[in-house]
Structure formats: C-alpha cells, structure tokens
Design a protein around this ligand. Sequence first.
Ligand SMILES: [Ca+2]
Ligand SMILES: [Ca+2]
Ligand SMILES: [Ca+2]
Ligand SMILES: [Ca+2]
Length: 256
Amino acid sequence: MICAKNLGITLILSMVFVLFVPNPINAQVSSLDDSDNDGLLDEDELNIYHTNPNHYDSDGDSFSDGEEIKNGYSPLRNNRQKMREIDTDKDGLWDDWEIALGTHLNNPDTDRDGYKDGEEVRNGYDPLSSGTEKIAKRIEVNLKNQSLQYFFGNAKLDDFKISSGLPRTPTPSGNFTVIKKRPTVHYAGPGYDFPNTKWNLMFKEGRGYNFYVHGAYWHNDFGKPKSHGCVNVPHKQEYMGRLYDWADVGIAVMIS
Ligand SMILES: [Ca+2]
Ligand SMILES: [Ca+2]
Ligand SMILES: [Ca+2]
Ligand SMILES: [Ca+2]
C-alpha cells in the first residue's frame, strides 16, 4: 500500500523527470553546437576549417573565426591574409578551393592515393576518391549580374564581379570553349591601348577581333559593363591569375 507521503514524493519525482529528460529535438541540437559562439558549428570547425571549436579566435588577431570565414580571411593566420591567396598545405589548391571541394586544408593528399589534391584537380580527377572518373571544369559568365563563377564538377571555386562589353560592343552570349591560353596580349584599337595585359583565355575568334576572358588593370569598375566585348576580370593573381592557371584549353565557357 502506498501511503500519502510516498505518493507525493513519487509525483514530484515524476514531474522533475518530465522537466529534465532530454527530448529528441534537444538531442539533435546538441550535434549542432557552437561552443565558442563564433558563428561556426563545432563539427565544421573540426572537419572543415580546422579551427579551435572552443576558442572564438583561433589565430588571436581579435577577429572571430566566423567573421574571418565570412569575409574570406584565413582564421588560422593572424596577418589578415585572404584564403584565396594562401595554400596552407602547399598541394596546389588555395585554401578557399579546399573548403569548396571538401578537401583537407592541412593534408596535401586527402584521399591518400599518392597524388596531391592539386595535382588531381589540375588533371580533372576527384581529390576525394581514388577513382579514375574525370570531372569537368567550366566557367560561367552571367551578363545580367556582371559576375563570373567557375566550377570543378559541382564545386563552385570562385564567384566575383566582372565587366563585360558596353552596349555598342556587347559580349557574345552562348556556349563556347577555351580556344587558346595567352599569357600576355596587347589590346589596342581606336581610343585604347593596353599593352602587357596578363592572363588571357580566348573563347571566340572573330573577324579581326577575338574575344577573351582576361585581366584588366586600367579600371576598377567591376560589376558594370565597360569593355569592347571581352570579359574583364581584376588583374590580380588571386582573381584572373589563378583562374588562368586552373583553366585548360577545351573547357566550357558558358555566357548567358
Ligand atoms: Ca564555433
Ligand atoms: Ca581570428
Ligand atoms: Ca592547399
Ligand atoms: Ca590524392
């Protein structure tokens, strides 16, 4: 027989249990913790960014890991270096590309098949598995947004503003391929003369005028039409330089 006093204790204990037993929703949330409250989940800090999940500022430069990632800076270097400018494990892939591809920032051979990640991407192989299936590279230009993106399979490696042709000298739209890579070109015509222009990817041959994606050092108006028909990209190693090095003759250039 349960006496009144024991019944009361049992009821209280049951209520306490109902209040504190973890429910399945809370259990799921715990795997999505951001322990140091820097805007990056613990598991992403461990698996993707290789930052400290228990310290909001891994490199001690007073900018939080989350803030640095959001703005393209390395959370592991305290000298305000952009991830697009550094290759931490020297495998031929920039740090932001490694994040886009899901490869390891600090291990040059993510799939341990004896070939460096960068070597695999350069030759069109998957750096995440040792298969021999080829992965396509492509460049996409969006004339309406004045932007360029390029992809290795489904992984978007970059996305930035460009300047396409002015209304009287439009950039052709359609599906092209890289026909030729030229390290430097001298662009000249009525009213313009731009020698030593670096990083030129030709995608269409015309009568006396060829169309390229290339660096442009004579303006900084990216995001607005500006050119005589080519696609202008910032004339910097971390923009056009690395796109030029990555691109192969024959890859798709889709302009819409
Ligand atoms: Ca965090
Ligand atoms: Ca920091
Ligand atoms: Ca790398
Ligand atoms: Ca490998």
